[in-house]
Design a binder for this molecule. Sequence first.
Ligand code: PLP
Length: 400
Amino acid sequence: MEMKQILHNKWLEIDVNAVKSNLEAVKTMLEERTRLMAVLKADAYGHGASNIARLLFQSGVDFFAVSFLYEALELRKAGIRANILIFSPLVDEDQVKEAIKNHLTLTITSSYDSQLIDNISQRLNQKVNVHLKVDTGLGRFGMDTQEIIAVCNSLKENPNIYIEGIYTHMAEAAADDSNYTEGQFAQFMEVCQRLAAAGLKIPVKHCANSAVFLKYPHMHLDAVRIGTLISGQYPAGDFPKTLRLMDPYKFKSQIISLRNRKADTYLGYYRSYRLKAPAQVAVIPVGYNDGLALEIANKPEGIIDLIKKLVKMVLFYFDSPRFSLYIKIRGHSYPVRGKVFMQMSLIEIPLNVNVSVGDEVEIPIRKTLAAKNITKIYMREGAAVKIEDEEGTSYVVEGD
Ligand SMILES: *Cc1c(COP(=O)(O)O)cnc(C)c1O
């Protein structure tokens, strides 16, 4: 394996063709009028933002979005010259200056943001594209109708500011009940109509993330903001699985120690597991510091959710096979035993299975929880590729 020369004992393999194929799948549901904004936040959901941006750009995506300024700057440093929308507000002059100098598209979420951007674009005498954010019921960022109208009126005097877009974000598009989502949408459309009536035509209206995109085609509007689907997954919830998605992501490592152990041998801190039969026990150099066995510890969403979580915990405690963690070696799954260590974990493999030290293993680590510093290898048809070298630098936007 190419990995040998890199001397890492864990790495991510990202399948370039899978990303492209997911993009094509999404495009089949796009109407002509609707632009695709690829969301590359959280390091492109763990796939490596710069390389995914290059890849998508080569496939015709010319609009990206991230949550934070530093994420957008990382893309600019990597030579990405496409449009990049930053979802979250910038909080001081230095941040806004940096953003304007880098031709980033900013979100105005309040009159505070508006004044800051207004002042600095005048001072620098530099143009800036902005999108207005409407809060229709998520309770995160955004303004109500009155504040938006006030903001638009105050920005009228500044020729440097171009209000390119207006958007909102849905709170529960994946839920079975569509009432809240339809309500948010109606509120959003009403704000847009009020603005139009006041003579403000904002060209790019958008409100769809992956879940909205799948379930509510009438909400596609002028642009959709897609992250999860491009990264090869359906959003959490029940969706008709009509798009064929491919997971581009594999977390790999190798066996670094292998010992035969007798029945009743204890494994792990606090003797957290006892072998029921003699077995081979492999050590892999991946632990909770890498994201293994981490869960998102949000408050349960309701009583049903709470019960589900409790049941899962109990079954996990009793080593119920369905709720154990498994890693894959040569196509077969073997359970992780004992408490996961900070940087290591133990795997039970039956005695009759032929494995050796150095064997490659595949580990189920949630992509958005994997540590960011792990080496990423981009693969095409099983071989490592360098996206920059192989595809040239043609991702640069000409003449803007
Ligand atoms: C993360 C995010 C998206 C993308 O959502 P997916 O469900 O991953 O497609 C879109 N819009 C905003 C504001 C987001 O924060």
